[in-house]
Design a protein around this ligand. Sequence first.
Ligand code: 1GP
Length: 244
Amino acid sequence: MRILDLLQQSKHKLLSLLIDPDKADTELLLQRIAAAEKAHVDLLLVGGSLITSGNMADKLSLIRQNTHIPIALFPGNSTHFHESADAILFLSLISGRNADLLIGNHVHIAAKIKNSGMEVIPTGYMLVESGKLTTAQYMSGTLPIPSDKPDVAVATAIAGELLGLKCIYLDAGSGAQNTVPTSMVAAVKSQIDLPLIVGGGIRSMQQAQELALAGADLIVIGNAAEENPEIVNQMASLLHQIKR
Ligand code: 1GP
């Protein structure tokens, strides 16, 4: 099944694990993949706004060899593309006004992506202010949407939908102090007819549950799974019990 079909058609909420290729050595990566497989995690996102290790290809092939969970790239820029993933979140940073992250990087990598035959998921990527400067905000050189301005988030998401994007990702940024507010998630979900991905700073079952009930269709966790591997299994079961 294509990942976008899963996002659009799943009858329950979904969990994605974000794998930062810089953070996991081989043994740790294998442990995390095995835990994700056991927990029936729905999607692996591989990437981040800054990747310095340079062995993305090795990490992707290791992941590919050890799991059937679909793998989507979550690139910070066009150099993060690699053909061995199943799909790419083709991110337009619509909360920002950085032309390179709205169209520039896309032009650089478009032909390669098209020739790869990989599934492309055009995604309206929205950074939301989360209590402290995150790597994503810093690296993108953009202002996040203020967390107390759901109307700005709604208008931005609607613009993304009207531009033809296929899903919206509300991200407080990896390691965020505060998650995206549930009120903002609910406001955005009520005004668009697209799958909604929510991530950044989600560390507890309660946060995941509240965000899912507010309208998040896919919850993304990165740091929480690194700090507390047990939470992956618990969060997947919880989300799979919440109907869309
Ligand atoms: C970041 O949403 C992801 O883009 C995951 O964030 O590492 O804080 O869970 P965390």
